[in-house]
Write a protein that binds this ligand. Structure first.
Ligand SMILES: [Zn+2]
Length: 426
């Protein structure tokens, strides 16, 4: 009986927090309207949440005669999160508050293929560094969120047979960090996190069904379905880079198959094809860059295209059309209202995006594209860390988790035995 009561109270608090976390400063009247809770219940839960330091008085609202009502505000500074976006060739780390504002941020080059011990060891050093920059963190760290460039079994926080991450298969990333920091930890695929970041704080806000396509060294997608991340039964939903788009047997993908989308259209493929064309004399521009730097990257192709190099424009169009064909199939299947194009290569300029648009609108069913928008990522290089923060907050403030920690006022409890047992079971 008592636990039922606690469960109901936690649901009511979660409902109030979900209004306050997104709308900033809100009147009691507005909370009653949005949650459907009674005036008395709102008053009780607000006072409980205030006593835990999660809410405080905001500015006065507008008076409709008499004393103006005081607004209530979510205290985003009650705790802090450490977040990381580990890509194939980079590590991004940040400290955020409980509203996913970045308080300190650092990005550097890294090679995921060095394996988990080296990469995660470096990540711990970088966490220390950004904590130092942000200040006041010790004792107020509430959780950790980490993205990796491969499929993750979300319930346990372990990568599952990631094609480009040798040595990471089954590595207990969650356990390593929760043992070390004594806070709850969640791990997800990087494209899923970018989708979530855009959905909560970026260009996809207000859209319930979204495809985020990440075009970097490789290609991946993150899905938002009915407003929530769709991870699939084993965490590999959205792993579209290895969909076969050609019969070409000359290009073997990192996964061992032939004809994979990312092996033909990803950043590594663009760089390889650019190098071939620089050597065979079809692009003077690319040949000069290759001569000067000894190597070509997808960014060089983008820069050359911006300067009018026709070979580079062709390469980006080819890549965009292949990605567009795969997306047209997804659009017919999933019926999103928005496709967000992000990742390092997506910053390449308009040529790639234009080619993607042309193919998606041309090849998808009319009903599926009637209101379909295709936009560039608005969070761009910080989409991953912002999404990692959003993931941790979604978990911490869910009714079920809130019930487990709200009495102590701090979610560190969640990293204890109960949380790990749950991770093992599922
Ligand atoms: Zn592949």
């Amino acid at each position: 009986m008592e636990s039922q009561l606690r469960g109901a109270q936690a649901s009511e608090m979660a409902a109030l927090l979900s209004v306050l976390r997104w709308d900033g400063s809100v009147s009691r009247q507005e909370m009653i309207r949005q949650t459907g809770l009674s005036r008395a219940v709102v008053a009780q839960r607000v006072s409980q949440l205030m006593s835990k330091g999660l809410l405080d008085d905001g500015e006065a609202g507008r008076s409709t005669g008499g004393r103006p009502p005081r607004h209530i505000r979510f205290r985003a500074s009650a705790g802090y999160l450490l977040v990381a976006d580990i890509g194939a060739t980079s590590i991004d780390v940040a400290v955020t508050d409980l509203a996913s504002n970045l308080l300190a941020h650092h990005a550097e080059a890294a090679d995921i293929a060095l394996g988990p011990e080296l990469i995660l060891g470096r990540l711990e050093k970088l966490f220390e560094m950004v904590c130092g920059e942000a200040g006041h963190i010790p004792g107020r760290l509430w959780g950790i969120g980490i993205g990796v460039p491969g499929p993750v079994e979300f319930a346990t926080g372990r990568p599952v047979s990631p094609p480009i991450m040798p040595g990471w298969d089954g590595y207990p990333i969650r356990q390593r960090f929760s043992d070390h920091y004594r806070v709850p930890v969640w791990v997800d695929n990087d494209a899923n996190l970018m989708a979530l970041g855009e959905g909560r704080f970026g260009v996809a806000r207000g859209h319930d069904n979204v495809v985020f396509i990440k075009i970097g060294t490789g290609i991946g997608a993150g899905l938002i379905s009915d407003g929530l991340p769709h991870r699939g039964s084993h965490g590999s939903a959205g792993d579209v880079g290895h969909i076969q788009v050609a019969e070409d047997r000359n290009v073997v993908c990192r996964c061992g198959n032939v004809g994979c989308l990312e092996a033909l259209a990803g950043g590594a493929a663009l760089a390889r094809e650019a190098e071939r064309r620089a050597r065979n004399g079809s692009s003077q521009w690319l040949a000069e860059v290759l001569e000067r730097t000894g190597t070509l990257t997808a960014e060089d192709v983008a820069e050359a295209a911006r300067r009018g190099d026709t070979t580079s424009v062709e390469l980006l169009q080819m890549s965009g059309r292949l990605i567009g064909r795969m997306l047209a199939t997804l659009v017919n299947f999933f019926n999103p209202s928005l496709i967000v194009v992000g990742g390092g290569v997506a910053g390449a300029g308009d040529v790639l995006l234009a080619a993607i648009r042309e193919v998606v609108y041309g090849r998808s069913l009319p009903l599926a594209t009637r209101d379909l928008l295709i936009k560039r990522s608005s969070l761009s290089s910080v989409a991953g860390v912002t999404g990692a923060s959003a993931m941790v907050l979604d978990e911490l403030f869910s009714a079920q988790r809130l019930e487990a920690w709200i009495d102590v006022g701090h979610p560190a409890e969640l990293s204890g035995a109960g949380f790990r047992a749950e991770a093992r079971e599922s």
